[in-house]
Write a protein that binds this ligand. Structure first.
Ligand SMILES: Cc1ncc(COP(=O)(O)O)c(C=O)c1O
Length: 287
């Protein structure tokens, strides 16, 4: 259990930290969040995560509660207080506290900010060496999946289905049979002709920060990339597949529903991308 959480300007003991019962995040899921990974005491892709945090707030017309500089300072101070060398920093901003009413409160109601940390040991994760399986499920979310809101109920229901099936992730499928993304990660396949395929940016998916980095790294590795939607059948027929997110890095997928990919082991391209990502996370992407 971490020792401290940051709540509205104060570092509180984690087991005593609390928000008001009329916080709009609690009543309406009226808020946004970010997850930044910490590796060897450095934050990965911090600027990208703060860019997206600002964008999500703007899309929901919530004011930036404090400057980027203060976000950076508080993240580091919380990580320091919690002795977090490897793990994640969770940041959440809601529209604040007001008597329950669907319409926004008065402009002078300040947004509420919470930050917590979670320790993780990235070195010992079997998912990177053995790979994982995913299931496919219908995408039941709203039409602004590009905003990283705390309204994650369909994602939770999907992840629970995956967990019950013994799988790592559920890939969500739109009405036309195309995969959008996982419940907490972006979805990728490597086709038999060795093209790396992932859905293009739109309101249909979260604009993953890891996705963006992996696209750059793939280009540097000379891997041909196609940003386009792909179907479930194409995924079944793929050579390799991956899930990317701040804490998944590039996780190899070795089975989709009951279709085993390749020889059922993480493939060459995925291992190459994972190694490139880890190097990046320890070098150019670290701050
Ligand atoms: C639905 C969804 N897609 C994709 C991602 C991956 O985003 P990132 O790489 O920025 O962690 C996440 C991360 O939480 C997510 O929740």
């Amino acid at each position: 259990m971490p020792r401290f959480a940051y709540v509205n300007g104060q570092y509180r003991r984690h087991n005593e930290a609390a928000v008001h019962i009329e916080d709009r995040g609690y009543q309406f899921a009226d808020g946004i969040y970010e997850v930044v990974t910490v590796m060897n005491n450095k934050l990965i892709d911090e600027e990208g995560h703060l860019d997206r945090l600002e964008r999500s707030l703007k899309e929901l017309q919530i004011a930036m509660p404090m400057s980027r500089q203060v976000f950076k300072m508080v993240s580091r101070e919380l990580a320091r207080r919690n002795g977090l060398d490897n793990g994640l920093i969770y940041m959440q901003v809601t529209r604040g506290v007001a008597p329950r009413n669907h319409a926004f409160p008065a402009a002078n109601v300040p947004p509420a900010v919470v930050m917590t940390t979670k320790r993780m040991n990235f070195n010992k994760m079997k998912k990177f060496t053995e790979g994982v399986s995913v299931i496919t499920i219908p995408d039941q979310r709203w039409e602004r999946r590009d905003i990283k809101t705390v309204a994650l109920l369909p994602n939770c229901l999907g992840k629970q289905k995956a967990t019950e099936a013994g799988s790592y992730e559920a890939w969500q499928v739109d009405g036309d049979g195309y995969i959008t993304e996982g419940t907490s990660s972006n979805a990728w396949i490597l086709s038999k002709d060795k093209k790396l395929i992932t859905r293009p940016l739109s309101n249909d998916i979260l604009h993953g920060i890891t996705r963006r980095t992996v696209l750059q790294l793939a280009a540097e590795e000379g891997i041909e990339v196609e940003e386009r939607a792909f179907t479930v059948d194409e995924a079944y027929d793929a050579l390799e597949a991956y899930a990317t997110s701040a804490t998944s890095f590039v996780t190899p997928i070795v089975r989709i529903d009951d279709k085993v990919l390749g020889n059922g082991k993480p493939g060459h391209f995925g291992q190459k991308l994972l190694a490139a990502y880890t190097d990046y996370a320890e070098g150019a992407g670290a701050s």
